[in-house]
Write a protein that binds this ligand. Structure first.
Ligand code: FES
Length: 279
């Protein structure tokens, strides 16, 4: 029977392997056809067609539109992954976020869901606890600040200044976000943020005190008069009062001088005012 099939296909020409393959595919009945095709490692026509279709190119990397603190939270989650694996995990986690957000804006809830669903213990508990400590700091301004000043290291002080102006201080999450977005090492950012006295790493209190450290105030017993104020403020909640020691305040006739919420006060009067603020 097989010879008969081949004879028809060859029509007097030499028999080729293509002819044998065509015979197996088209002339043999089932189940012999499938059995012989499998034995010869041949693909069915539909399988050949599927194999011929080139695989769809992988989707471009997801560039999310982060909302609120979602990016900071994402980076905190990634920081729990060993550094050598972070690149791979970043891609996989972004892909999950793409699906959760349907390619749109990534919210804080999306990131929290990812942590809850795929991060194993004890990392899950650690990360979720850190999220609760983030408080109400909104870091969504950082993108526009970096867009304004650029990512070069020369722009760092401007970026930090504008971030502090907007956020109120420089929380660690803000410094981390700036590092991730600019590529400037976090250690370099910490160096600058802690070097300049004008940068605050803690939130500003409700009241603001500037205590003069200038020469004229020292000559007027600055330490004796103002040290009590410093002690009182040091014991108070940082949320209530922010204290800053400065050079000459430009009001040496009031020495030893303190500026309380923008108003100059002289030593004893300043002490009374601060006592009232802290009461
Ligand atoms: S030195 Fe204190 S106000 Fe000038």
């Amino acid at each position: 029977m097989l010879y008969g099939f081949l004879e028809k296909r060859a029509s007097g020409k030499p028999v080729t392997s293509d002819m044998v393959a065509a015979m197996v595919q088209n002339d043999l009945p089932e189940p012999q056809r499938t059995g012989i095709m499998q034995a010869l490692g041949m693909k069915k026509p539909e399988e050949q067609a599927a194999a011929a279709v080139p695989a769809a190119p992988p989707p471009p990397p997801f560039t999310p539109h982060w909302q609120g603190k979602s990016e900071v939270m994402f980076e905190m989650m990634l920081n729990e992954v060993p550094e050598a694996l972070r690149g791979v995990f970043r891609g996989k986690l972004l892909e999950i976020l793409r699906q959760k957000s349907k390619g749109g804006s990534v919210t804080e809830s999306h990131v929290t869901e990812v942590v809850q669903e795929i991060v194993p213990e004890p990392f899950k508990t650690t990360i979720l606890k850190k999220y609760t400590e983030l408080g109400d700091v909104d870091l969504s301004c950082i993108d526009s600040i970096i867009a304004r000043h650029g990512k070069a290291q020369d722009s760092l002080t401007y970026i930090l200044h504008d971030t502090q102006e907007t956020v109120g201080f420089l929380p660690p999450e803000a410094l981390r976000a700036i590092s991730n977005k600019t590529g400037i090492p976090l250690s370099a950012i910490y160096n600058v943020a802690t070097f300049y006295k004008s940068f605050r790493m803690e939130p500003k209190g409700v009241h603001h005190l500037k205590i003069c450290n200038g020469t004229a105030c020292h000559l007027k017993d600055r330490d004796g008069v103002l040290s009590n104020i410093e002690k009182m403020v040091a014991q108070a909640s940082a949320k209530k009062v922010t204290m800053e020691k400065t050079l000459c305040l430009g009001c040496c006739d009031c020495a030893p001088a303190v500026v309380i919420d923008g108003e100059v006060a002289q030593g004893p009067e300043a002490k009374t005012k601060v006592e009232k603020l802290l009461a």
